[in-house]
Write a new protein. Structure first.
Lengths: 316, 307
């Protein structure tokens, strides 16, 4: 039963990815005029247009182009960028690594902080410190990412002059220099992601706290801290895994903003540049990478919550 | 089996929504009351809505007036008048641009949210009432759109169509209509099985009468709180796009693009980028606090589930 459910989720994940690829393909093909027209620009004549269209395969019907695009993408051939004519795989290569490195650090820093703070707030509900955490995190999740980034720059880079305000990287800096360059985007993203995770961890624990077995433990006279750590926490692990995966998925939008502000040479910055120059093949490739990551993380959250539920793991 | 999985999924969604509600063991109180924080927040929201209407007429300068003095002036007396919040990178008055920009930022978001509601509720209630393949079809398309990061969808559409105010409103409306659809459909299904709906159907009332007189009034309160949350998401979405230079185009003033334009001023100690960001934050935080207050105070389980 559990294996079947997990397989079913994975199947749904695959189906979603296919639909996503169709959406991306259609959305970027509704542009009036096609790549041939853009490439030739002013010098287009009906003959050269037709020739280039035939060369690029644009004279074929939509579904043929979709399948060849999908096939190329699967085999790692992401096409050629409109601007400059470099292959998209070469453009994306290093950028993807930079973005993954940043996301990795954000996860490593924010997950322990969020679980600790969320647990702590759930252990002391209604106290003024809990109120500060609840109010603070609510405020943080209601403001745009660029607000947090701007204030961080103002305080840490302009007023205190501790950190540089752009994440310029040459590629051969020492670990300490790298950390200093990464610090501002990291701080911003950690704040954005943690605020959401703290709230959801706290809510998850409090939710478990209202179940009958906790009431039983309270009536037995078990101290509150022990109830949370021994009874509530383990039952809240499922929801918490879910929260972590969902929030790493939300990172996608945070990364877009943060890479732009700090001029961080990552995949999102590349995509925004692509949107601004309307370099559609590049946008398609980046969008597919981001969307696939998002769908996979949501899938992990789904499967994680099935696996962490003993009732689904050991069916009667 | 499949049905079991489907209902499980629904449960999970509801549980997820539930986990946002504050203090699940708070005693239910039916009366609509706000704490002082809630009232202050209502004041802030009303203030900005009023500014949307009268902002341009009380602004000391026009949004595109260049003072001619200097860019990034601190607050104070300039050659052409008094700059309460200083000037921006093109030496325009920051305060005036914030007052003008309210209309763009809040107006566009409000229009997009209303449109999202119109589409989401119409389709959601249609799906709940009709069921069958109509429900299947709309729900599958909805799930596919919901499975994508909103900012990615926005970027793809803008890469393809370019950016203009109608496209911004339409894109945001379609994206956020998906979550409205889910809620409206769940609510509609909940209400459709109530005894009073059955009674109305037995009386021989038509389907549209039932929707208008029974379903909509009962779905109104939970949808109203959700409207607030949705508006916050749309404001954040639109201003994020503007911040990326892909939303409202210059020289029109918009809070998101104002932050972007004046970011470089931060290094010279100018707050021209901070004020519009504070304006956005005050509006979105206030709405969230009101919604939080309502859901903590009114114990209606359905409303709570949806917040």
């Amino acid at each position: 039963m559990m294996t079947r459910m997990v397989m079913q989720r994975i199947g749904i994940g695959f189906a979603t990815l296919i639909v996503v690829s169709i959406i991306v393909f259609i959305a970027t093909s509704i542009l009036p005029g096609d790549v041939a027209q853009i490439v030739l620009g002013q010098s287009a004549t009906p003959e050269t247009l037709a020739a280039l269209r035939a060369q690029l395969g644009l004279d074929q019907p939509g579904y043929v182009r979709y399948f060849s695009w999908l096939g190329n993408m699967m085999t790692g051939d992401l096409g050629i960028s409109k601007a400059g004519g470099a292959t998209i795989s070469s453009l994306i290569g290093g950028r993807l690594g930079n973005t993954l490195m940043m996301a990795g650090w954000v996860a490593v820093i924010s997950i322990p902080i969020s679980i600790a703070l969320g647990l702590w707030a759930a252990m002391h509900p209604g106290t003024w410190l809990d109120r500060i955490v609840t109010f603070g995190t609510l405020s943080l999740i209601s403001v745009p990412e660029f607000f947090i980034a701007t204030v961080a720059v103002l305080i840490l880079a302009v007023e205190l002059r501790w950190l540089p305000s752009t994440a310029y990287m040459t590629g051969d800096e020492s670990f300490l220099q790298l950390m200093k360059a990464l610090a501002m985007p990291l701080i911003t993203l950690v704040i954005v992601v943690s605020a959401q995770m703290i709230r959801m961890t706290r809510a998850g624990i409090l939710n478990v706290m209202s179940s009958p077995y906790i009431e039983m433990a309270i009536l037995k006279g078990v101290p509150r801290g022990r109830i949370i750590l021994r009874h509530a926490f383990f039952n809240a692990i499922g929801p918490i895994i879910n929260v972590i995966a969902l929030n790493l998925a939300y990172l996608v939008s945070g990364v877009v903003i943060v890479e732009t502000i700090f001029a961080y040479p990552g995949l999102a910055k590349l995509m925004i540049d692509g949107v601004q120059t309307r370099d559609l093949p590049l946008v398609q490739a980046c969008a597919m990478i981001f969307c696939a990551t998002y769908v996979v993380l949501i899938l992990i959250a789904d499967v994680g919550s099935i696996l962490s539920n003993p009732r689904l793991r050991n069916p009667k | 089996m499949t049905e079991q999985v489907a209902s499980k999924k629904e449960e999970e969604v509801l549980a997820e929504l539930d986990s946002f509600a504050e203090l699940p063991d708070a005693p239910p109180k039916r009366k609509f009351r706000l704490s002082w924080v809630g009232w202050v927040s209502v004041g802030v929201v009303v203030f900005w809505l009023v500014i949307c209407v009268i902002g341009p007429s009380i602004a000391p300068f026009h949004e595109m007036d260049m003072d001619g003095d200097d860019s990034f002036l601190p607050a104070g007396q300039g050659e052409y008048g008094y700059f309460y919040l200083g000037t921006d990178y093109l030496s325009r008055d920051t305060l005036s641009r914030i007052l003008f920009g309210a209309r763009n930022t809040i107006g566009i978001s409000l229009a997009a949210t209303l449109l999202a509601y119109l589409m989401g509720i119409t389709l959601g209630i249609l799906a709940a009432v009709k069921g069958g393949w109509i429900d299947m079809g709309i729900s599958r398309v909805n799930d596919a759109i919901l499975a994508l990061p909103t900012i990615m969808l926005g970027l793809i559409v803008i890469a393809a169509l370019g950016s203009s105010i109608p496209i911004l409103i339409g894109t945001a409306a379609v994206i956020y209509a998906t979550s409205v659809f889910r809620i409206a459909r769940a609510l509609g299904q909940d209400i459709m099985v109530q005894d009073y709906v059955e009674a109305a159907a037995t009386r021989g009332e038509g389907i549209w009468w039932i929707i208008r007189a029974e379903v909509l009034p009962n779905a109104a309160m939970p949808l109203a709180t959700d409207f607030g949350l949705r508006l916050v998401f749309v404001v954040l979405f639109i201003s994020s796009l503007s911040f990326l230079g892909l939303g409202v185009q210059p020289p029109a003033s918009d809070w998101g693009s104002m932050v972007r334009e004046n970011l470089q001023g931060l290094t010279y100690g100018s707050y021209a980028a901070i004020w519009p960001a504070v304006a956005i934050a005050s509006f979105t935080i206030a709405i969230n606090l009101i919604v939080d207050d309502i859901s903590a105070k009114s114990g209606g389980s359905l409303a709570k589930k949806m917040v």
